[in-house]
Design a protein around this ligand. Structure first.
Ligand SMILES: Cc1cc2ncn([C@H]3O[C@H](COP(=O)(O)O)[C@@H](O)[C@H]3O)c2cc1C
Ligand SMILES: O=C(O)c1cccnc1
Length: 350
């Protein structure tokens, strides 16, 4: 098995020299200084990430990690757990929202069965089942520490595979009925806040189901008593296999100096675990959008990230992250392709 500490040790701060060169270039481009707002910040950040003052994105990918959740037995989702494998097949035949938006953004979709509770076969599916869904965390630990580590290792393997084919920007995506419950439980623990402050309606539960969901999360935390200072303990006891897989994707991307676009609440819960394991990782992250799901804003505040879009999405799959790729691309294109004042013969500020 891979060594988590070795991976974390490979995540180093952004490159200051490239950041300074990129900032200097922004000041020379034919526009008032700062007028491209956050596009300028993105170009400068990605210069530091890639150690290249003129960063460029040629190859994009979204990794969709899919897994089931034993806690669905407690009635926490509006949909039955069978939807997880059904949607995986939909991803593989190209009919889901993420397929459409990834086609538009020219991003490759990689679908990983990291723990779906069904026998799934498809030539395009990466079959890496750690176990057939987590256990019901309201009764016992969702998974063992070993299983959580194994799932993180699979995320690392998937990212390495994509990187070996060429990868400049990666988005996190997930599918797993019940996974907003796991994401809320992780967030409550790692931010040390009450479950009710970070629990939302997921796929669309009513008020009564929401009250039940909060109770189930409280029970899961009380039952398993995760050590909130040990992110792996939290991830294993009240997390999910797809969330663990995304932790691996995020850490491995940062170690390879590949920028990561986080999607919504569930992806960001993975980001929060990665950050708790290695705070430097936040410099490699961009927040694609702000999800409707309660709790997302608190995670982004903790990570110091401002969402690029606010489209009232609450889907997951990587949809908001892939949409935000267009903005990131705009940031890098203006940075690279605009003329400087000198090149264009435009007078600089008096
Ligand atoms: C058809 C369908 C497609 C989806 N694609 C993503 N999700 C999203 O909803 C689920 C989380 O919500 P909850 O915790 O309430 O179950 C996850 O699978 C997430 O990716 C979907 C949900 C459904 C029903
Ligand atoms: O923000 C998300 O990722 C999300 C929200 C609701 C349901 N599924 C995903």
């Amino acid at each position: 098995m891979f060594e988590l500490q070795d991976l974390i040790a490979r995540i180093t701060p952004l490159d200051v020299a490239s950041i300074e060169l990129a900032r200097a270039r922004q000041l020379q481009l034919t526009k008032p200084a700062g007028s491209l707002g956050r596009l300028e910040d993105i170009a400068v950040q990605l210069a530091g990430v890639t150690r290249n003052a003129m960063p460029e994105i040629q190859r994009r990918a979204v990794v969709v990690m899919a897994a089931d959740h034993g806690v669905t037995a407690e009635g926490v989702s509006a949909f039955p757990k069978d939807v997880t494998p059904q949607m995986v097949l939909n991803f593989l035949t190209g009919g889901a929202a993420i397929n459409v938006l990834a086609r538009q953004a020219d991003a490759a979709v990689t679908v990983v069965d990291i723990g779906v509770d069904a026998d799934l076969q498809h030539p395009q599916l990466l079959s890496r089942k750690v176990r057939s869904g987590t256990a019901n965390m309201a009764q016992e630990a969702a998974m063992s520490r070993q299983e959580a580590l194994q799932a993180i290792g699979i995320g690392v393997e998937v990212l390495e595979r994509l990187a070996s084919e060429g990868l400049d920007l990666v988005a996190t995506g997930e599918m797993g009925i019940g996974n907003t419950t796991a994401a809320s439980a992780i967030t409550a623990c790692l931010l040390n806040v009450p479950a009710k402050d970070v629990t939302g309606r997921g796929t669309g539960i009513d008020d009564q189901q929401l009250a039940n969901k909060v109770r189930i999360i409280e029970r899961a935390i009380a039952q398993n008593n995760p050590d909130i200072d040990q992110p792996l303990d939290v991830l294993a006891k009240v997390g999910g296999l797809e969330i663990a897989g995304l932790v691996g994707v995020i850490l491995a991307a940062a170690a390879r100096r590949i920028p990561v676009v986080l999607d919504g609440f569930i992806s960001s819960a993975a980001g929060l675990v990665a950050y708790a394991l290695c705070p430097t990782v936040k410099d490699y992250l961009l927040a694609g959008h702000l999800s409707v799901e309660l709790g997302h804003r608190l995670i982004l505040e903790k990570l110091g990230l401002e969402p690029l879009l606010n489209l009232h999405l609450r889907l997951g799959e990587g949809t908001g992250a892939v949409l935000a790729m267009h903005i990131i691309e705009g940031a890098l294109r203006t940075h690279r392709e605009m003329s400087t004042f000198a090149e264009a013969g435009v007078s600089d500020k008096a």
